[in-house]
Write a protein that binds this ligand. Structure first.
Ligand SMILES: [Zn+2]
Ligand SMILES: [Zn+2]
Length: 150
């Protein structure tokens, strides 16, 4: 992947630049992501907050995640594209990977909430971390898998 990576919402009011490689790319098969996206799962990139540069004013929609944490979903006020999520205490931004201008390099290596995965979705078994729910301590989880080849 080349840096910076750029992306944005469907209408172009929100644009972003990512200046560091993401720590992890993961899919989320939780029932909320299925509803938010109207699809089978969402794809997220975990990016250090200071490496995520957003231009435009997102609307922050507060939501309680299945894990019980409060998470804001940042959406475009104009076209409602879901760009990013952020928990108030988190050092990361969870950027929705499908909003990148170039998605060709994405290879998710962790798969969360697979207990509600659609039965026809087949996960790659090489070097992936499959979690029925999601780790309680995401930061510890990222640190433990960070040094594995991706
Ligand atoms: Zn928009
Ligand atoms: Zn989810």
């Amino acid at each position: 992947m080349r840096l910076p990576q750029t992306g944005g919402c469907q209408c172009g009011k929100l644009r972003y630049e990512i200046t560091q490689a993401p720590h992890m790319i993961c899919t989320c098969h939780c029932t909320k992501c299925q509803r938010f996206t109207g699809s089978a799962f969402s794809i997220a990139m975990l990016v250090d907050a200071p490496a995520f540069h957003l231009t435009g004013e997102p609307r922050a929609l507060l939501n309680t995640a299945d894990s019980g944490r409060s998470v804001s979903r940042w959406v475009c006020p104009e076209c409602a594209s879901w760009i990013c999520s952020a928990a108030s205490t988190s050092p990361f931004r969870t950027v929705r990977a499908g909003t990148l201008d170039d998605t060709s390099w994405l290879r998710p290596t962790a798969h969360f909430w697979t207990r509600s995965k659609q039965p026809w979705v087949v996960l790659p078994n090489e070097q992936s971390h499959v979690c029925e729910t999601q780790p309680d301590d995401l930061l510890a989880f990222f640190n433990s898998v960070r040094h594995l080849p991706v």
